[in-house]
Design a protein around this ligand. Structure first.
Ligand code: PMP
Ligand code: GLU
Length: 394
């Protein structure tokens, strides 16, 4: 059967592929540590699971409205009120199957063929394919490791053309863990809005920041410019719910109606039971989130201590998410020439899976997810350090 041009050119998600590969090796009894995929290692908190079981027992098993049950849309609004003191009406919220579908809806719903989309790089590997699927052109803007991977309005301005439509922001960032201060975000959104561009702010890691950083959002810009600014979020990372597939988008109610039409013709509502789980998460206690956040911070600190002792890499300290983006270019040699080669080498020598930076737009780096138990992380870092040292000696 014919494969459409559109699909033929889409790259698979390397993070998901590497996760599948690590699970396959584990099933074969090969002791591989996977620091590849970005997902919390914690179980979903018990009160969320209890609410889910209750929903099953109550047979909450029918179709729901496409953008979500009203009380959940309300609860997403409540989240922004509670966290950022910004009220968001339920008409401005759509629930989707993960932040990933929210991204798909948004880009499909707002980008025309030939439109250019500014993406600070390195970036989450799903942004460029989603832009391309809509016929748009991703324009990656590289601030570089020397700027701690953070863009400024001046860097973006250098890439703006009459075709630029959208800026995608992501703080805390995947893959670098970089966190923009509120003033830095404000400057970027201000620049975009004043040039008539749209902004999609992916805030899926907003809760996962290290002290002294605090959760930060541009939701206040959505209130001021609802036709230009949208905010994406989800429960995957905050509540350790990657498999439940619940994400959301906050946007102008007219756009939300359009995204609901698109979703109504593709997947319809998020799983009814998962919506009840999300409701319990968003309206329940947040101490479970604080416990996970503190664990991520501890792991970041431990990992940075070790990595700082490696003379042959550069790694700016991340302030959020659960990733380290390590510049390993000084380890490259005649046989290990790029980030794909070095990840293959580390899988072979250290039995650790990492993600080649090229997947995020930077071939000098590798991404390490520290969302694993402390002792697993410590062991993996020992093995990586030894293997890299050996590579440098070669
Ligand atoms: N945005 C970023 C930056 C991510 O890293 C992820 C991770 N999967 C997502 C959005 C979407 O996550 P999910 O689809 O699980 O909600
Ligand atoms: N966003 C996560 C990651 O970067 C999950 C994988 C994916 O959705 O591609 O590892």
């Amino acid at each position: 059967m014919q494969i459409s041009e559109r699909l033929r050119n889409v790259k698979p998600s390397l993070t998901l592929a590497l996760n599948a590969k690590a699970m396959e090796l584990k099933a074969q009894g090969i002791a591989v540590v996977s620091l590849a995929v970005g997902q919390p290692d914690f179980p979903t908190p018990a009160h969320i699971c209890d609410a889910t079981k209750a929903a099953i027992d109550a047979n909450f098993s029918k179709y729901t409205p496409v953008p979500g049950i009203p009380e959940l849309r309300e609860a997403v609004g409540g989240y922004f009120k509670q966290q950022y003191d910004v009220p968001v009406p339920r008409e401005s919220v759509i629930l989707s199957a993960g932040g990933k579908q929210a991204l798909f809806n948004f880009v499909q719903g707002t980008i025309n063929p030939g439109d250019e989309v500014l993406v600070p790089a390195p970036c989450w590997l799903s942004y460029p394919p989603n832009v391309e699927l809509a016929g748009g052109v991703p324009v990656l803007v590289h601030p570089g490791v020397e700027h701690a991977f953070k863009v400024t309005p001046e860097m973006l301005e250098a890439h703006r053309t009459p075709k630029t439509r959208l800026l995608i922001l992501n703080s805390p960032n995947n893959p670098t863990g970089a966190v923009y201060a509120k003033a830095e975000l404000d400057a970027l959104v201000d620049w975009a809005v004043s040039h008539g561009l749209s902004v999609l702010s992916d805030e899926i890691y907003d809760q996962l920041v290290c002290d002294p950083a605090k959760p930060t959002s541009v939701i206040d810009w959505f209130v001021k410019f609802p036709e230009q600014v949208a905010v994406l979020g989800g429960l995957s990372k905050t509540f350790a719910m990657t498999g439940w597939r619940v994400g959301y988008l906050v946007a102008h109610p007219d756009l939300i109606k359009k995204f609901s039409t698109l979703q109504g013709q593709s997947t319809a509502n998020v799983c009814s039971i998962a919506q009840k789980a999300a409701l319990a998460a968003l309206t329940g206690p947040m101490d479970c989130v604080e416990t996970m956040r503190a664990a991520f911070q501890r792991r970041r600190d431990e990992a940075m201590k070790v990595i700082k002792s490696w003379p042959f890499v550069v790694c700016p300290q991340p302030d959020g998410a659960f990733y380290l983006f390590i510049d390993v270019r000084r380890c490259y040699n005649a046989t290990v020439q790029n980030s794909t080669d070095i990840c293959a080498y580390l899988l072979d020598k250290a039995r650790v899976t990492l993600v080649p930076g090229v997947a995020f737009g930077d071939d000098n780096c590798i991404r390490l997810s520290y969302a694993v138990a402390d002792e697993v992380l410590a062991e993996a870092l020992d093995r990586i350090g030894a293997a890299l040292a050996e590579l440098v000696r070669q």
